[in-house]
Design a protein around this ligand. Structure first.
Ligand SMILES: [Zn+2]
Length: 461
């Protein structure tokens, strides 16, 4: 869909192609798109000269002799093409202006959503649809914007798309503005601050001006002119770049839906306490997870160890009796969970393991959420990642692995039986986890080496 920069580009092309031309006749092939009536449109405009072009938001305005005005909105896929008078009528042609110099200007619209209005110079700005158009970014007052946005209940991205407040941002440039201002697309409008509004106005102006200078973006069907493409798509930083590294921090960009619109953003750079950046850390036992955890805790992450939370849950009476229900009364001995028994039961019967997880995961997650409050960088240490409640919330997955002999040595140093501990881990589909990882680390080396690897990753620091 053409946005403000694309419409401005079309306007500039039309200025060169039609200004000074006189309409000899107008052929209308689909009258419905001429909102103010096709007959009146033809009758009033025959013999009139196109004197100037202008633009209000995403509306194109043709100024004609004797005070006539055409207001045109391209909507999804409307386009203007110039040509010769005798060119055959094209498939999606809505209407064509025939000029006295034997040229034509056609309006084509594959989706047929575009609209044209015949208006008068003295009052077209005071009538719908132009009265519904908000201010353009360069003439928007940030405090007025803040007031209007704060009244909205939905997420910020939806407010940016509201053409009645500040006009000009469609789906592409709204994503770009959010990225440039480091604001989360789902940020609740009432929580916006003065500096956020100032940044939104400033970045919207900068981005739309840059897009105009680049002739707009050519994405899918939009071309400003036959055989001509915009260049802005080459410098977009968020839109259309899902999975590609963020230009500021290197994290792969994520795509979500906001009010039905695809939205690409950086979970690290656009985080806030309501929308924290969530990192999950996993890997086989004794491969170096806790060293990574300590490093990240020193770099602003709140560390949440799910294993630890689960262990604490197993000390609660209510939890223990529920576990007995699932695994049999032998699961608890002397008021404590018999881990060896449980391990044997769940390895021999996967359905028991599933039932256990279905009960324990949500409980553990509830406790974890309490620890997240007010924090914008969260680290989850998850001994087993796949299927855990953290999986779908993960913005970055760190997988750490280490040589088996080194791991065995570490386990021994902890006073545990390495053969048993490693065996517990070995059936887990680590390769599958590794495939999902955003970052894979080796935990074989020294702590210094590990720190060096971590410090080179921007989104972790
Ligand atoms: Zn980023």
């Amino acid at each position: 869909m053409p946005e403000l920069p694309e419409v401005e580009t079309v306007k500039r092309i039309l200025e060169q192609e039609v200004i000074g031309k006189t309409i000899e006749d107008i052929e209308i092939y689909r009258a419905k798109n001429v909102v103010t009536g096709a007959d009146e449109f033809v009758k009033s405009l025959k013999g009139k000269k196109i004197e100037a072009m202008s633009r209000v938001g995403k509306f194109l305005v043709f100024h004609l002799s004797e005070g006539h005005v055409i207001v045109s909105h391209l909507r999804m896929e409307g386009k203007y093409y110039a040509g010769k008078k005798e060119d055959p009528v094209e498939k999606h042609e809505i209407l064509r202006f025939l000029f006295t110099d034997a040229t034509r200007l056609s309006y084509l619209d594959t989706r047929k959503f575009g609209v044209l209005y015949l208006e008068r110079e003295d009052d077209y700005l005071a009538k719908a649809p132009l009265t519904e158009v908000g201010t353009e970014p360069w003439s928007t007052d940030p405090s007025a914007l803040l007031k209007a946005y704060r009244r909205k209940k939905g997420p910020l991205k939806e407010a940016l798309l509201d053409q009645g407040i500040m006009c000009g941002l469609g789906n592409i440039y709204a994503d770009e503005v959010l990225f440039a201002t480091s604001l989360h697309p789902l940020k609740a409008c009432p929580t916006l601050k003065e500096e956020d509004a100032e940044a939104i106005v400033k970045e919207s102006s900068r981005i739309l001006r840059m897009a105009i200078d680049n002739g707009g973006s050519t994405i899918r069907s939009y071309h400003p002119k036959e055989g001509m493409d915009g260049r802005m798509q080459n410098v977009l930083e968020a839109y259309g770049r899902v999975g590609k590294p963020c230009s500021k921090c290197g994290l792969p960009l994520k795509k979500i839906r906001v009010g039905g619109r695809g939205t690409t953003y950086c979970p690290h750079c656009q985080r806030d306490a309501e929308h924290p950046f969530v990192v999950a850390l996993t890997g086989p036992i004794a491969s170096g997870k806790s060293a990574v955890g300590s490093y990240l805790a020193e770099h602003g992450f709140v560390r949440i160890d799910l294993d630890d939370i689960v262990s604490r849950l197993y000390e609660e009476k209510e939890v223990l009796s529920k576990l007995q229900e699932i695994l049999g009364s032998e699961a608890v001995k002397d008021g404590k969970l018999d881990r060896a028994y449980v391990l044997e039961e769940i390895t021999s019967d996967p359905s028991l393991k599933k039932r256990l997880e279905e009960y324990v995961h949500p409980l553990a997650y509830e406790k974890a959420i309490e620890k997240e409050k007010g924090r914008d960088k969260i680290l989850y240490e998850v001994p087993f990642y796949l299927g855990s409640p953290i999986e779908e919330r993960t913005d970055a997955l760190i997988y750490i692995e280490a040589d088996t002999a080194i791991r065995a040595k570490r386990i021994e140093e902890r006073g545990k039986n390495p053969a048993l501990a490693i065996k517990m881990n070995e059936n887990y589909p680590w390769e599958e986890v590794k495939k999902k990882a955003t970052l894979t680390l080796r935990g074989d080396g020294t702590l210094d080496e590990l720190h060096r690897m971590l410090s080179s990753v921007k989104y972790l620091n």
